[in-house]
Design a protein around this ligand. Structure first.
Ligand code: FAD
Length: 408
């Protein structure tokens, strides 16, 4: 491919489009294509699999560096400008291609490694993230440290030639399937924020145990994670000892930006079940003009759709601002708060308009899409908790965006 180096965007777009068309595995064009349900997350479990079309797709895109289009080529990324990366993203969406790779490494860890890691750490971890070879989980929350994250107690002791970790984490999404964990640990018990460090842990290290916890929706995507005398190499600590809090906060900004885009897309909001307006006509009926035959419901659906439209426009504006700045800011808390509220409202409307059919958990009385919708609605209950609760995000907005003082 020609080197467009930020110049001719239309030529670049045509080139991206042609490449995607030529390289998308034909099997994936069928929406019901048989892929391993976890394939999109990559990781060691798929290292030897060369036949799953989702993995073939992931590896082809990764070879071009387009799973992480703006990361430097030296670390396996695409070396593209932010505008070019946006074009790749738009063309993947326009062509209805599957996302090549879903990854906490891409969304959260990689960006902070680029900012804070040593050259050796970047060389070690970034290319494997780009290629989807290592699946990461996030070890932040603890039984006594959620919103007040800096109360975390997992102990990390300097043993001279290694770190020794003891403690436990909770709500660790996909810990039982992850290869590595980026983790917050306490390296100084006499200080709060200034006693936290950021460390990378191989989940195959002896002394790590994960126990899955079930969500209200029936899924079991997160775990309790226990660390008992886990030895971690000295070189795995990122940034300064006791300097992890700054990295932790930066990573949360990336996390909030990414999960907001996910809620907006309706993934965990049950939005994949269908368009609310059409669903309302199917379940409630249409009047003689073809509109939903319930004025109040119609008005609330319309408002939710308009609010989502405003949300998308704001999301695009924030993304454009991010492209011309040093990455996300505390303003991502506004987006996270709005995305969670809208996704929950949409899911509430969906089960309401479905009537009794919105109460399906399993069984013959409900179609598969009705069961997905009901479980999706239950899943949205977590939207205002994960990645920082709505209350905490409002606190961040008042303090860091509006500059209001702490309550006395
Ligand atoms: C689906 C899901 C996935 C998750 N994945 C991960 C993961 O991969 N890794 C990880 O580390 N964590 C993960 N979490 C944990 C998540 O980050 C925490 O649940 C969240 O930060 C809240 O912490 P908590 O559950 O301890 O609630 P608490 O902090 O105990 O909060 C309880 C309630 O009190 C409110 N509250 C607390 N403090 C304040 C305050 N100062 N002002 C106003 N209200 C307040 C909260 O808003 C909330 O309503 C996940 C959670 C969910 C639901």
């Amino acid at each position: 491919m020609a080197d467009f180096g930020g110049g001719d965007n239309e030529a670049f777009r045509a080139d991206v489009r042609a490449w995607l068309e030529a390289n998308y595995p034909p099997e994936l064009k069928n929406r019901d294509a048989v892929v391993h349900p976890e394939a999109t997350w990559g990781g060691r479990q798929f290292a030897g699999n060369t036949t799953d079309p989702q993995l073939i797709w992931m590896r082809k895109v990764a070879e071009k560096g387009w799973t992480a289009p703006t990361w430097p080529k030296a670390y396996g990324g695409g070396g593209l400008s932010k505008d070019e990366a946006r074009i790749v993203e738009q063309e993947i969406s326009r062509g209805h291609y599957r996302a090549p790779l879903a990854s906490f490494g891409l969304w959260m860890l990689g960006p902070v490694l680029l900012e804070y890691a040593t050259e050796a750490q970047k060389q070690e971890h970034l290319p494997k993230i780009v290629r989807g070879e290592i699946r990461w989980c996030q070890g932040y929350s603890e039984p006594g440290a959620g919103s007040d994250l800096a109360s975390l107690a997992t102990k990390c002791e300097d043993k001279g030639d290694h770190w020794l970790i003891n403690g436990s984490k909770i709500w660790t999404s996909y810990a039982n399937r992850a290869d590595w964990c980026f983790c917050l640990v306490r390296t100084d018990a006499t200080k709060k924020h200034e006693g936290v460090s950021f460390i990378l842990i191989d989940m195959t290290s002896p002394g790590i145990e994960t126990r899955p916890i079930q969500l209200i929706s029936g899924e079991s995507p997160f775990c309790e994670t226990f660390f008992t005398d886990v030895k971690v190499p000295k070189g795995n600590l990122v940034g300064q000892v006791n300097g992890g809090w700054e990295i932790a906060k930066r990573l949360l900004q990336y996390e909030r930006q990414n999960i907001s885009a996910g809620f907006g897309g309706g993934g965990s909001a049950g939005g994949s079940a269908g368009d609310l307006g059409q669903m309302a006509k199917d379940y409630v009926g249409a009047d003689e003009t073809g509109a939903v035959d319930d004025a109040d419901l119609r008005a609330r659906i319309t408002r939710n759709k308009m609010d989502f439209q405003s949300f998308y426009l704001t999301l695009n504006r924030v993304a454009a601002e991010t492209r011309t700045s040093n990455g996300p800011s505390a303003a991502t808390s506004i987006i996270k708060y709005a995305a969670a509220s809208l996704a929950q409202e949409r899911a509430e409307l969906m089960v309401e308009l479905m009537g009794n059919q919105g109460l399906g958990w399993e069984g013959e009385g409900f179609s598969p899409s009705e069961i997905v919708a009901t479980r999706g609605w239950l899943r949205t209950k977590a939207n205002s908790i994960e990645g920082g609760t709505s209350e905490i995000n409002l606190n961040v907005v008042s303090k860091r965006v509006l500059g209001l003082p702490d309550p006395k």
